[in-house]
Every structure is written in structure tokens, then in C-alpha cells.
Design a binder for this molecule. Structure first.
Ligand code: AMP
Ligand code: MG
Length: 403
């Protein structure tokens, strides 16, 4: 049985980046940059006023209060492009260019216009350089400001816009087909009969895959029929990059997923990982290159294995420079049990305590089927293999689940 880290490494090795495409900037949120973003101009592109007020020569105001002659006005978008001389001031707005000759801006609150607006009284002397953001003090033209592989967040949208990236180079979205197996399943719109339950995995997998940037297609339920499963996998493989099944990967008489994969000549990279919950988990590749994750059936195991394994692959396909979930430290708020031979990733709630420390509380998940409790989980708590118990107050590694 391989470890979680080994499984993730195998997945990264087998995952190829998808082809490149351009998206319009307004649709780029959440995508992964496929190119470095380079500044096409200095920022600011000119000496810029940070305040509404008066551009002055600081030396002229040393004996403040002083009166200066108003030589002109510099507005954002329409600067005053003459040389400002000694004894002069220029009325200036936030975001407007500072005229040549000026070396400070005094804010309007510390000034008063006189003589019908022909002169201004500067009541206090500004320090040299006050309220002026010098050209290129933030970014120089030619500098790399964002790197390939970074995920575009809302603030980065402004950076892309500022440097003229009307279209952004990204990798195309992975197409994911989701297939639920299990003779007990009926669809969400049906009332379960005797011995039946509603399929819920397709919806959590679909949602997690959407969060991971994929275009999702839910396939029809296959029951426990190997023929139907084979048919759905074959159909899905024609127009997807990844297939994600749930259920049917354990040792039961009706666990047919692996049998079907063998019949389809799939290459199986692993079928068990030393993980709790979620030991039976299949990672395979169909002859046409489509990757397949056979997740276990238990809804909690589904969420854990999806986020550790399938999500990593979906991010890697999109060129993410780091596709594994980031780990942080937290302090346990409730004692947890580990496993002798498996690494545990226990669903829990992570929050910041009053002292500013991160706290983690494992949920009462009562076995890997309690997905109602899991719905409140926002992270996974790692317990190393061979650690029987971790007491309250212990320091643990946690991973935040995407939301
Ligand atoms: P399996 O791995 O197929 O043995 O399923 C393990 C458990 O997960 C069983 O209790 C199933 O009823 C349950 N299960 C499997 N698939 C689903 C699904 N799509 N939605 C909800 N529960 C499921
Ligand atoms: Mg089943």
C-alpha cells in the first residue's frame, strides 16, 4: 500500500497540462496564469499626486503661512504641463500629474484660496516630496509582476487590467465526467424505495470539481451493472479529460470498478492508499489518455479523496505551480484517534482562536458515512500513521478545504 504523498506524486507525474487558450480578462478570475505578466509601463506612469490640494515648491513655504500665485490646475487625465516657477502653486487633484518644478503637494485642508482664486495661502509647510508618488516607484516597465502558474484572484484582476492584459493566456478548463455506481442509488428527484438511498456523491464531486475549475458533466447512474458502468466510462472518455467514479472499489462482490477498468485495458497506477478515511482509491488511465479516479462510495471518503487526489490532478492540468493543498499548523480542540498503519485526514473545523492561534476540532463524524457532519467541515486534520491518539492541545498539521 502506498502513502498519500507517494500517491500524490504519482498523480502529478501522470498529469499533463492542458492546451493553452486566451480568455477575456473579465472571465479570467480563478484561472491559472499560463504566462508571466510583465508591466508594459512604469507605475505610476508619471509623478502622481496622492491628495487634492496644491503642488508647491517646499522651499517657498518655509515661512508658512505664505501666499502663492495660482499658475494653473492639474486634473486627473489632464495635467498642467508647464514649468511651475518660484512663488507659484498649481491646484491639483488626486491622481493628477505633479507639474515640473513642484516638489510637494499640500492637502487642501491646510490651504485657503484668496483673491477670488488667484492666490492660495499655504498654512503649513509640507515636507519635501509630500503626497507625491514618484514615477515608477511602484513598478518599472519590463518588470515581471505575476508569474505563470499563479491562480488569478480578484486583486490580480486589477494588475492584469493595469498592464493591458485584455486577454489572458491560461490553460483550458478540464472536462470532468462524474459517474456514481451502486445498486442502492436513486436520483435526487426520486423517493428512495426499500433499501435505496439517493445519490449524493455526484453532487459533491460535481461541486468540488467546479470549484477546482472544471467543466462538469454528471453521467446517468449505473447501478451495480458492470455493463452499464463500462458503457458510461466509454461514453465519457470520448469527451472528457478526467472521469471520476464513486463506489465499487472495495472488496465486495459488487465492487466492479476495477474489473471494468481491466476490461477497458486501463492502466491502474494504484488502487489502495494508506489513508483513513479513503483507503480504497483507484487512479488509472484509459488507453486514450483520459485519467480516471475511482473514489470510494462513502460520502466523507469521497470528499477527502477528491480533495487530496482528483483536485490535485485538476489543478496540475491547469498549470498550477503548486497543486497540492497548502498545510498549516493548528492546535487540537478535541482529542483525536489515529490509525496504526494509515495516515488519517480527519474532517474538522478550523478557526482562529481569541489568542490568534489556529484551532482545529475534529468533527464527530462517526465513521466515514456521516456526510451531514462533514458538511460543516472546512479542513482536514492530519494524524501521522502509528499515532494512536493526539490529546487536546497537541499541535497538528491541517489542510483547508476549498470552498
Ligand atoms: P461502496 O464503496 O460502493 O461499497 O459504498 C460505500 C458506502 O457508500 C455505501 O454505504 C453506499 O451506499 C454509499 N454510497 C455509495 N455511492 C453513493 C452515492 N453516490 N451517494 C451516496 N452514498 C453512496
Ligand atoms: Mg457500491
Amino acid at each position: 500500500m502506498i502513502t498519500v504523498d507517494e500517491a500524490i506524486l504519482t498523480i502529478k507525474e501522470q498529469t499533463k497540462p492542458l492546451s493553452l487558450e486566451f480568455v477575456d480578462l473579465e472571465n479570467a478570475l480563478g484561472r491559472f496564469l499560463a504566462e508571466d505578466v510583465v508591466a508594459d509601463s512604469d507605475l505610476p506612469p508619471f509623478d502622481r499626486s496622492q491628495m487634492d490640494g496644491y503642488a508647491v515648491r517646499a522651499a517657498d513655504t518655509q515661512d508658512a503661512p505664505v501666499q502663492l500665485y495660482i499658475a494653473g490646475e492639474s486634473v486627473a487625465g489632464a495635467g498642467w504641463h508647464n514649468e511651475m516657477l518660484t512663488g507659484q502653486a498649481v491646484r491639483i487633484m488626486t491622481g493628477a500629474p505633479v507639474p515640473k518644478g513642484a516638489d510637494a503637494v499640500q492637502q487642501v485642508e491646510l490651504t485657503r484660496e484668496l483673491d477670488g482664486g488667484s492666490t492660495v495661502e499655504i498654512q503649513r509647510s509640507p515636507d519635501l516630496g509630500k503626497s507625491i508618488v514618484r514615477r515608477a516607484s511602484e513598478i518599472r516597465a519590463g518588470e515581471t509582476v505575476l508569474q505563470s502558474g499563479e491562480q488569478i484572484n480578484a486583486s490580480m484582476m486589477a494588475v492584469l487590467a493595469a498592464f493591458g492584459y485584455a486577454q489572458v493566456s491560461v490553460r483550458r478548463k478540464p472536462r470532468v465526467a462524474v459517474i456514481a455506481t451502486g445498486g442502492e442509488l436513486v436520483s435526487v428527484s426520486q423517493k428512495p424505495g426499500t433499501d435505496q438511498i439517493r445519490d449524493s456523491n455526484n453532487y459533491s464531486i460535481g461541486a468540488y470539481a467546479t470549484l477546482a475549475g472544471a467543466i462538469v458533466k454528471l453521467m446517468p447512474l449505473t447501478g451495480d451493472s458492470p455493463t452499464l458502468l463500462k458503457r458510461q466510462i466509454s461514453a465519457a472518455s470520448k469527451n472528457s479529460d478526467v472521469i471520476i467514479t464513486s463506489g465499487g472499489v472495495s472488496m465486495g462482490r459488487f465492487d466492479f470498478t476495477k474489473t471494468v477498468l481491466n476490461e477497458l485495458d486501463a492502466k491502474i497506477f494504484f488502487e489502495r492508499v494508506a489513508l483513513r478515511p479513503g483507503k480504497p482509491i483507484v487512479f488509472a488511465q484509459l488507453p486514450n489518455g483520459v485519467l480516471l479516479f475511482g473514489l470510494p462510495g462513502n460520502p466523507v471518503s469521497v470528499s477527502v479523496t477528491f480533495n487530496l487526489f482528483a483536485r490535485t490532478s485538476l489543478w496540475a492540468m491547469q498549470g498550477a505551480h503548486e497543486s497540492a493543498l497548502a498545510e498549516e499548523w493548528a492546535i487540537l480542540e478535541r482529542t483525536v484517534k489515529g490509525s496504526v498503519d494509515r495516515e488519517s485526514y480527519l474532517p474538522g473545523r478550523i478557526r482562529t482562536g481569541e489568542a490568534g492561534h489556529m484551532l482545529a476540532k475534529a468533527l464527530n463524524w462517526g465513521g466515514s458515512s456521516d456526510f451531514v457532519a462533514f458538511a460543516r467541515a472546512n479542513g482536514l486534520i492530519k494524524v501521522p500513521p502509528g499515532v494512536a491518539r493526539l490529546e487536546i492541545g497537541s499541535t497538528v498539521r491541517v489542510l483547508r478545504l476549498p470552498s
